[in-house]
Design a protein. Structure first.
Lengths: 347, 251, 269
């Protein structure tokens, strides 16, 4: 699954973009230095191939359901990890630009999730270790399947972390993870099967292609560097985000107040308590004749009153004004739009 | 005195999977000649053409283009003087717009932008495709693609034009336009084709390939009058020479 | 397969829109790309429960669509197709965040619904902005902008190649699938056994094609470096465009304009 712009925060988006950009620059350097000059047309054309192949729904025997291909593993096997990373990045870029799959801000996340994990972790650490220099059908099947499954699990986990840290969605960590991981296990299995089928076909018909690919990217030249950099980044991101949560928690008094009112109970541990309560502060609306200084009169939840007493008094009319203003804005926009349209037509 | 612009001696080529494609070809082509390479499928036409621009390297024998023998070092010079038009224009038009495709060659030659622009425009005008300059290739018809592919080679101002099946897939009018274009070129032309009527119209000399060997190398009219030769080579007379289908029905 | 054919059509449509000549189309691709990035970042930086403050941001896609003379239909079509995806995640918000937030008459609206609506607005803004960027710039423009922004050449060239051959491959795949479906009778989906061979053959043909393209490139003097013609220079209007929009976005972010407007009208509390 792709990360979407609607669910991302600038911090998460920016951080992942940094990671992706670094990896891309590194991969581009590696590809440019490679002896095999015809990589670039091959990368482009294989990218187009993967893009097209992703459109196909194939039936999974026995389950009656269908799935489709991610393709990063096939690319990694045929092109080597660096070229494959760039290729999958360009596939995702076109998808984000033309098909609104994901989004431009979230593109960094998506390239990382769907590119880094398969190309720089699953491929060298799993596929290559299993298949080695002399592939057999069994080893290809095992290597491709395992690598696909694990690559996708890691990628899915990345989406979970990025969504949680962005804080736009309320999905708690455990629920989201329990949702994503099993789905992507199934997708991973399917991907493994398809990858195996295609690679085995190529291996039977034109083994020299696989041999050439295997030779041009032996494990030695990949180096442990990109893997380490990527993992370091994930660690820093996790650490940074956790400490951000910690620091944004209200201080002792307010924390215990929140606990006393039971607000904290209702929230899942990882949610941003501060933000939710701040939201209350800004947007609670009470009707003009409502006296919120008398807690007993409150028809709405008690917690909100406590929240009111803790933070500066809220302007009760603010939200209504906001609503009115929003409608006004839309009308204004429509008016400007129409007049522009007429102006253009006249020209 | 005419000097040979292309000289092939005992050319042999074997594919990596051990099939022998060419078993020893020798011929010379003069400056300005139009030569057709004909033969059955698998006779070795495309393989031979690939040697002329150095995409393939002979397993035995020599290729000489102009002043240069074909070696790794001389490849750049050879590619400047030989322009090859591929069978499938989609393989040849890989840039986002027609202009950029035709400019690809001159840019690689290191020419300044203004020179590139003028070469591109004159090449496009030559093939009648100047109005297509900003189009992406996938939007062109097959005739237009063929013309642009030719322009992309013309812009490098080659001495020799090598073409692989130039009329395949073209509708009759596009085909006719192509033939007229080719007859207007003064380049040395080497054309591999199944279209024997094209050969009649454009090439005064024909080389017949069969199983990787040259079966005959004679003026075109002599080849097409030799029925036995044609049969041996899995060919037949051009339709234009087969007589009126009503008066002389084929058996 | 209809998904493929619809993707192919969408690609072509967006491509055609990009060739159009309008005021917006003439703006330098770098300016448009950077403005879009700023736009997206500002939209994403709004707080989780922000709704009214987001409305002025709609000026950007709206204005661009009008000035760029872009047809509403295809863009909305793409927006709708991408919607279920995001909503699938977003819908959990009202389910999980039940704390009442707002009371309109007898109706109690929880925070979850507010944040869901916010997600929906962000989605609309982000998706339309990306599509408008492509529709007014085209892939070559974007490629040019990326190069000028120092993105590695290998990546940009590869992107352009890929885009070029997307059509070729999609067409080939459509033909192959059609041929398959004419001879198979199991309904949706292709069996895995067939998969390997079908995709594998396409892959091998693709690799061969890449070889031929490489040969064609060599024949035209390719020496490893791809030279692209960067034709556009930044002019005044481009800078005005970028700065103007950026300032607008920041103002919208800092000042909740609808609230201010509404307060003016209602008389304020």
């Amino acid at each position: 699954m792709h990360m979407a712009d609607a669910l991302i925060s600038p911090m998460v988006g920016g951080a992942m973009w940094l990671a992706t950009a670094g990896l891309a620059a590194y991969s581009a350097q590696k590809v440019a230095k490679e002896l095999d000059e015809n990589k670039v047309p091959l990368m482009g054309v294989l990218g187009a191939f993967i893009f097209s192949a992703q459109m196909i729904n194939f039936a999974i025997p026995g389950t009656g359901s269908s799935g489709h291909l991610g393709g990063a593993m096939i690319l990694a096997i045929l092109l080597g990890p660096h070229a494959a990373f760039l290729t999958i990045a360009s596939v995702l870029t076109i998808q984000a630009l033309f098909f609104a799959d994901g989004g431009l801000l979230a593109l960094g996340c998506n390239i990382f999730n769907l590119g880094f994990f398969p190309c720089f972790i699953a491929y060298p650490l799993i596929y290559k270790q299993i298949v080695g220099a002399r592939p057999t059908q069994k080893r290809l099947f095992l290597g491709a399947s395992l690598a696909s499954i694990i690559g996708l699990q890691l990628g899915a986990f990345g989406v979970v972390l990025e969504t949680i840290f962005s804080g736009i969605s309320d999905l708690p960590f455990t629920t989201f993870a329990l949702l994503m991981q099993p789905i992507h296990l199934a997708i991973g299995i399917v991907e493994g099967l398809v990858t195996t089928a295609v690679i085995c076909f190529v291996w039977r018909e034109r083994p020299e292609i696989l041999q050439k690919a295997a030779m041009s990217a032996p494990l030695g030249t990949l180096g442990i560097k990109p893997v380490l950099v990527g993992l370091l980044f994930v660690t820093v991101l996790t650490g940074g985000a956790l400490s951000w949560f910690a620091s944004s928690n209200p201080d002792g008094l307010e924390w215990s107040l929140a606990k006393a009112t039971g607000v904290e109970e209702r929230q899942e541990p990882e949610a941003d308590i501060y933000r939710i309560l701040a939201g209350f502060q800004k947007n609670i609306t009470f009707f003009p004749d409502y006296n919120f200084k008398e807690p007993e009169d409150i028809a709405v939840n008690a917690q909100q009153v406590r929240a009111q007493e803790v933070w500066p008094a809220v302007n009760s009319g603010k939200t209504i004004a906001g609503l009115v203003g929003a409608i006004m804005t839309l009308l204004l926009a429509g008016l400007i739009g129409k007049s522009l349209q007429l102006a253009i037509k006249r020209n | 005195m005419s000097h040979h612009i292309i000289e092939i001696n005992d050319l042999e080529y074997t594919y990596p999977d051990k099939t022998q494609a060419l078993s020893g070809l020798s011929f010379k082509i003069l400056h300005g000649e139009s030569v057709a390479i004909v033969g059955a499928n698998g006779a070795g036409k495309s393989t031979l053409l690939s040697h002329l621009i150095g995409i393939l390297v002979p397993t035995k024998g020599t290729v000489r283009i102009g002043d240069y023998p074909l070696t790794k070092q001389t490849l750049p010079q050879i590619r400047r003087s030989v322009g090859m038009v591929f069978q499938n224009p989609d393989d040849q038009l890989f840039m986002p717009t027609v202009f950029e495709d035709v400019a690809f060659g001159p840019l690689n030659l290191g020419l300044p932008l203004q020179e590139v622009e003028s070469r591109v425009m004159s090449a496009l005008e030559r093939v009648g495709a100047a109005h297509l300059r900003e189009r992406p290739p996938y939007k062109l018809s097959s005739g237009q693609k063929r013309s642009v592919a030719i322009a992309s080679v013309l812009s490098m101002l080659p001495d020799i034009l090598v073409m692989d099946e130039p009329t395949s897939g073209l509708d009759p009018q596009a085909r006719r336009q192509l033939i007229m274009l080719l007859t207007s070129f003064t380049h040395t032309k080497i054309i591999a084709t199944h279209d024997l009527d094209l050969v009649l119209d454009v090439c005064e000399r024909t080389i017949v390939l069969h199983n990787g060997l040259i079966l005959a190398d004679r003026p075109t009219m002599q080849i097409f009058s030799d029925t036995a030769l044609l049969t041996q080579a899995h060919l037949e007379k051009p339709l234009g020479m087969q007589g009126c289908p009503i008066c002389t029905p084929r058996s | 397969m209809s998904k493929m054919e619809s993707y192919w059509l969408d690609l072509r449509q967006l491509d055609e829109m990009a060739i159009h000549k309008s005021v917006i189309h003439h703006i330098h691709p770098c300016a448009k790309l950077l403005t879009t990035v700023i736009f997206l970042t500002v939209v994403a930086s709004f707080s989780k429960y922000e709704v009214s403050g987001l409305f002025p941001m709609f000026f950007y896609p709206m204005l661009l669509m009008i000035l760029g003379e872009l047809p509403l239909g295809p863009i909305m079509h793409r927006v709708l197709l991408a919607l279920p995806f995001v909503m699938f995640i977003g819908i959990f918000n009202p389910l999980l965040d039940q704390i009442p937030f707002l009371q309109i008459g007898p109706l109690l609206i929880s925070g979850g619904w507010i944040s869901l609506f916010s997600i929906f607005l962000r989605f609309l803004l982000a998706v339309t902005a990306a599509l408008i960027l492509v529709a007014t710039t085209g892939i070559d423009g974007i490629g040019m902008a990326l190069l000028q922004l120092k993105v590695p050449r290998v990546f940009v060239v590869q992107l352009l190649f890929m885009y070029r051959y997307l059509y070729v491959l999609l067409e080939e795949l459509i033909r192959t699938i059609r041929a398959h479906s004419l001879r198979s009778f199991q309904g949706e989906g292709i069996k895995i056994g067939v998969w390997g061979s079908l995709l594998g053959q396409l892959l091998l043909r693709t690799i061969d094609r890449a070889q031929r393209i490489y040969g064609a490139m060599l024949c035209r003097g390719f020496d490893g470096e791809i030279r692209l013609i960067g034709r556009k220079k930044l002019v005044g209007i481009d800078i005005v465009y970028f700065l103007g929009w950026s300032i607008f976005f920041i103002v919208v972010r800092l000042v909740n304009i609808p609230q201010w407007l509404g307060t003016l009208l209602i008389g304020g509390y």
